[in-house]
Design a protein around this ligand. Sequence first.
Ligand code: NAP
Length: 277
Amino acid sequence: MTGETFKKAAVIGWPIKHSKSPLIHGYWLKQFAIDGSYQAIGLSPDDFVSGIRDLVARDYRGCNVTIPHKETALAMADYVSDTAKAIGAANTLVFKDGKIYADNTDGIGFINNLKQGAPQWNASSGPALVLGAGGAARAIIYALLQEGAPKVIVANRTAEKAKRLASAFGEKVVAITLAKVPEVVGDVQTLVNTTSLGMVGQPALQIDISGLPKTALVTDIVYNPLTTELLKQAQGLGLETVDGLGMLLHQAVPGFEAWFGVRPVVNTTLRQIVIAG
Ligand code: NAP
């Protein structure tokens, strides 16, 4: 099984046992009959840097990095993509000639999920409203701006965090509190929940979106449950919705291509495998 042609990659986190990434990459490895592996490796924060160096020394092609290591991964990389630099975190590392290249594919995963799930959606059609100001929000705001959103409104429980995030992106991004959402939804064309509210085990996201234009797209990056209360509310209003599972699947594409040399496609079989897993 081992040897120069055997290609190894992994996902690193702490804890790691709930990661869906091995299911995703395992499906593609099998689909393309690639001589390779993708495993989940748990590394505590104290062991992360030495653990990554060990993977480099053992000829891994690279790895995904998840909570709580995304900032450390960025800091230890030899080369950092503009995207990862702007987001301030890395989720994809590629090892080449002993060097570490860091990228962040969460934002492009979010965009490609919308492009697949709602092909007529266009970021430039109007302002976007992002609920939440955590790590995922940062990646998504960056991606929406890159994609041509004319304005991004970020609404968060902790106002100070939203303000800090908005000021990092310049004048196209403005911060509001969650209470102000009903006042701004009138011309929003893309609404995304990036808070953890609505996820199994978390309180519901209670927000009135009835003032959204009929042309607005509503998406949630929470994918457990697949159809969150926010998406149900949007569907009840006749609005187009896209669930968050596709973001997880699409963010995996660039890493797989870099490590294994084939660009995979997100299809319904993969969706079903991940839902069942
Ligand atoms: P994070 O950095 O911890 O941010 C959490 C956000 O949720 C913050 O804005 C926080 O507001 C807000 N929040 C938490 N509890 C709240 C409450 N009770 N009321 C109001 N706001 C609350 O987390 P993250 O990494 O950005 O991830 C956020 C969610 O996205 C998680 O559920 C994660 O599983 C999901 N996610 C999905 C994907 C995907 O591929 N689909 C990718 C990444 C993340 P404060 O600032 O006020 O605390």
